[in-house]
Design a protein around this ligand. Structure first.
Ligand code: GLU
Length: 518
């Protein structure tokens, strides 16, 4: 039973194109928000300027839109929800124009620097954080020294901080002097020694960590920018996030976040860490692995690859979750109804590309031939325009069941629009010595046929006539005929296809094949 007002966020870092794992995280957040009548926030975590990629934010927004996920607050939010006002907590911090994305803006962390400074000060004041003046070299020296003395993973922690230059070890007046002189510093979290941090994850159950293994996490870097940990916690609190739903790779950061919530005296949101997405060959589906297995990694590749967005959404929803029955096809709306966190699996979810293509087929076939024809026209006007509208619709009907994606219709159905330029080499193997003669005979009979009789039925009976007269198998003529007309060894019903291509073009193609292929 979820009693809180549900507010969730998708919080990507704009460090590149939105990858498929990120898209699944956003989808689960979206489904959860809609299921509970809550709010879906988009927050751009762009504090790491060195990894910022121009255009990444636009790519994220476009990807969510393409999938049909509407953002309620944040960059790209379309409309304000009824009853949303411009005066939420944190509003007094905002710069001019920052409000239009929602009541808790700005939603880009780079625009919230003043907020992080204010909240870090609270931690300094209550002793939960401290200034550290050590240079990067000094920290490095400390680590090397400890490695040499047998500590394999030295940290800046409760023990080692004692010999470093920070506001816990330096006299108060020196700290003051350094700050006033503008000496560079970072601000670190004062991680308590030997404490067990426990929290209940909605998916993984009780998780506990020992602080012994934790660094005194840097909260504010020397350039004044917050680290992910600080900004994430401050924003989740100020934006009144009720549930943090994110990838398993963030699980190990959560104890630091819990310590931060404790340091601020805030109640942490409910945590839910989603299972990893695995490669079919085992292990985490990394970019490199995906590429080597022919799996597109970025959402934009699915857009440009002509996948159906509904198929990708349906597939991703099932990548780590299932409704608990054997149903498979669900629209985004139905998924919103069905989605609950207790049905998210703990174990890794294998990315099965074939299954995605299966989903794609289902969603493509659901569309009327007219709709698909209109889409094809938009995709490749020049090619498709050569064909009368009704013929195109009929051609779609002939091809639709044979492809997984709409672009394959153009490939497979190219022969409907233009004479085949060459024959597929695999098909060519089926062009035999007697093929030219048989095709020539067929052509002669079709040529003699009155135009009004040129239809699928008589085209088929003409073929039957010849094979019966000669006492040969159907395929003996059928295959070379298909090769001559389409350039391929397989495809939709050949007689229907020829009827659609038209008498003149069929006669021309048959003559040309006899001549070219001999
Ligand atoms: N900015 C982090 C990311 O890129 C967000 C992780 C989280 O949701 O807390 O995924």
């Amino acid at each position: 039973m979820i009693s809180k007002n549900v507010r969730v966020r998708f919080a990507p870092s704009p460090t590149g194109f939105l990858h498929i794992g990120g898209l699944r995280t956003s989808l689960y957040n979206y489904l959860f928000a809609r299921h509970h009548g809550g709010t879906f926030v988009l927050r751009i975590e762009d504090t790491d300027q060195s990894r910022y990629v121009e255009g990444a934010e636009a790519d994220i927004i476009r990807s969510l839109e393409w999938c049909g996920m509407t953002v309620d607050e944040g960059p790209g939010a379309h409309a304000e929800k009824p009853g949303a006002h411009h005066d939420g907590p944190g509003a007094h911090h905002d710069g001019p124009g920052a409000h239009h994305d929602g009541p808790f803006g700005p939603y880009r962390q780079s625009e919230r620097k003043a907020i992080y400074a204010e909240y870090t000060q609270k931690l300094i004041d209550n002793g939960s954080a401290y200034y550290a003046f050590d240079t990067a070299d000094e920290v490095e020296e400390m680590r090397e020294r400890l490695i040499k003395s047998g500590n394999p993973s030295p940290k800046y922690d409760y023990i080692t901080r004692q010999s470093m230059k920070n506001s816990l070890t330096l006299p108060e007046d020196e700290v003051k002097r350094r700050l006033e002189a503008g000496d560079p510093y970072v601000i670190r979290l004062n991680v308590p020694r030997n404490k067990t941090v426990k929290f209940e994850d909605e998916i993984r159950g009780v998780v506990s960590f020992e602080t012994k293994g934790l660094d005194d996490q840097v909260l504010i870097k020397s350039d004044g920018m917050p680290t992910y940990h600080l900004a994430n916690v401050v924003d989740d609190h100020l934006m009144q996030i009720s549930h943090v739903i994110r990838g398993e790779e963030w699980l190990s950061s959560t104890p630091k976040h819990i310590l931060l919530y404790e340091a601020f005296g805030w109640e942490p949101p409910v945590m839910a860490h989603l299972p990893l997405i695995m490669s079919p060959s085992g292990g985490k589906l990394s970019k490199r692995k995906a590429e080597s297995e022919g799996i597109p990694v970025n959402t934009k590749d699915y857009i440009s690859g002509h996948y159906e967005p509904e198929a990708l959404v349906n597939f991703l929803a099932y990548l780590g979750w299932s409704p608990g029955d054997d149903s498979e096809i669900h629209s985004l709306e139905e998924l919103c109804e069905l989605f609950t966190l207790d049905r998210v699996s703990k174990g890794g979810a294998v990315f099965n590309h074939k299954k995605l293509l299966w989903y794609n087929e289902q969603y493509l076939r659901q569309q009327s031939d007219e709709t698909i024809a209109a889409r094809l026209r938009a995709m490749d006007g020049d090619l498709v325009d050569a064909m009368p509208k009704q013929n195109l619709v009929t051609a779609v009907g002939l091809l639709k069941e044979r492809v997984s994606k709409i672009d394959e219709l153009l490939e497979m159905g190219r022969f409907f629009f233009e004479d085949p330029q060459e024959v597929d080499p695999a098909a060519m193997k089926k062009w035999k010595e007697d093929s030219a003669e048989l095709v020539g005979e067929y052509r002669k009979r079709v040529d003699a046929m009155p135009s009004s009789a040129f239809d699928a039925t008589s085209l088929k009976s003409t073929l039957e006539e010849i094979v019966n007269e000669r006492g040969i198998g159907f395929g003996k003529l059928m295959m070379p005929l298909r090769i001559a007309v389409t350039g391929q060894g397989f495809g939709p019903d050949l007689f229907e296809s020829m009827a659609l291509i038209g008498r003149e073009a069929v006669l021309r193609r048959l003559a040309s094949a006899v001549e070219r292929l001999g």
